[in-house]
Ligand binder design. Structure first.
Ligand SMILES: NC(=O)c1ccc[n+]([C@@H]2O[C@H](COP(=O)([O-])OP(=O)(O)OC[C@H]3O[C@@H](n4cnc5c(N)ncnc54)[C@H](OP(=O)(O)O)[C@@H]3O)[C@@H](O)[C@H]2O)c1
Length: 281
């Protein structure tokens, strides 16, 4: 029985990942589900149990180091170890930097606490157990963690930070046999943009993107699961994402022009008349 700890498991990609792990490893997966909303975690746990998984729900706010450490302790106490930690909990944000008032800038730090520090604290606590199991670490970053996206200075900064942290850690953990898989989703059909923050650091309550070309969440979760099982270094999910990454090296000006065009496109009314959706979560 392999034990998976998943943060941000109450919704979106994390909840779907839990369900797919349960389905793929019927009767052979222990799932430790973490997020703040207990009721939603209980619903996800019930779905996973119906597929034969053993589950443990641990309400956790990853912005609190003590809660991150308690999560890992609870997992080890219940299942005796950890084979895989998926650092998935995250919050999105949309704002032009110049629109953020000085008195509101603090939410940039708060976003870093959720998106980077939550992963750092959970990973630090889980490390001895992952080493003992020669296990797997997963970081759910974003294409905005590979390419700086206008209108996403805060979010891009947190996801670049994740990318760098886990890239360095991957090399450190190689001798111990612990793999580190970083996933870079583009636009995935979840509620993340509605849950995300606006220029004042308030919940946006709406998506600024056209969602009709978003990747279905089950496809995104399957790609992450395939990547972690194959111990891939990276999962870059779309052709456009792979192309953007390559173009950034050889023609960075092109990438900036495309990103600005996408930003202008976003500003248009959402009446279906605008061009293709930009690639970012
Ligand atoms: N969807 C996309 O287009 C997209 C694209 C690129 C990258 N990503 C990344 O994928 C990951 C999952 O995103 P998603 O689309 O599934 O978003 P989502 O549907 O909004 O789910 C986010 C999850 O994170 C949890 N969470 C948020 N703040 C938390 C906190 N302080 N402590 C613990 N859990 C917290 C939420 O649970 P509670 O509210 O219950 O705490 C929820 O389970 C994120 O890291 C995101 O940046 C998403």
């Amino acid at each position: 029985m392999n034990t998976y700890v998943i943060t941000g498991a109450s919704d979106g990609i994390g909840a779907e990942l839990a369900r797919q792990i349960a389905a793929r490893h019927r009767g052979a997966a222990a799932l430790v589900l973490a997020a703040r909303q207990r009721e939603r975690l209980d619903e996800v746990a019930a779905r996973c149990q119906a597929l034969g998984a053993d589950t443990l729900v641990v309400p956790t706010d990853v912005t609190d180091e003590a809660q991150c450490r308690r999560l890992i302790d609870a997992a080890v106490q219940r299942f005796g170890g950890i084979d895989c930690l998926v650092n998935n909990a995250g919050v999105s944000a949309h704002a032009l930097f110049e629109e953020v008032r000085a008195q509101d800038l603090r939410w940039y730090q708060d976003l870093m606490t959720v998106n980077l520090w939550g992963s750092v604290w959970c990973t630090h606590a889980a490390l001895p157990h992952l080493k003992a199991a020669r296990g797997r670490l997963v970081a759910v970053s974003s294409l905005a963690g590979l390419i700086g996206v206008p209108g996403r200075t805060a979010y891009s900064a947190t996801k670049f930070a994740m990318t760098g942290f886990f890239e360095a850690l991957r090399a450190e953990l190689k001798p111990a046999g612990v793999s580190v898989t970083t996933a870079y989703p583009g636009v995935v059909a979840t509620e993340i943009r509605r849950h995300g923050l606006d220029a004042r650091g308030q919940t946006a309550g709406r998506s600024g993107l056209k969602e009709d070309e978003a990747m279905p969440v089950d496809v995104c979760a399957r790609l992450i699961l395939d990547g972690l099982e194959a111990r891939r270094r990276e999962v870059v999910m779309t052709t456009r994402g792979k192309l953007g990454r390559f173009l950034k090296l050889v023609a960075p000006g092109r990438v900036e022009a495309m990103a600005l065009a996408a930003l202008a496109d976003e500003a248009k009314p959402r009446d279906g008349s605008a061009g293709p959706a930009p690639e970012r979560g």
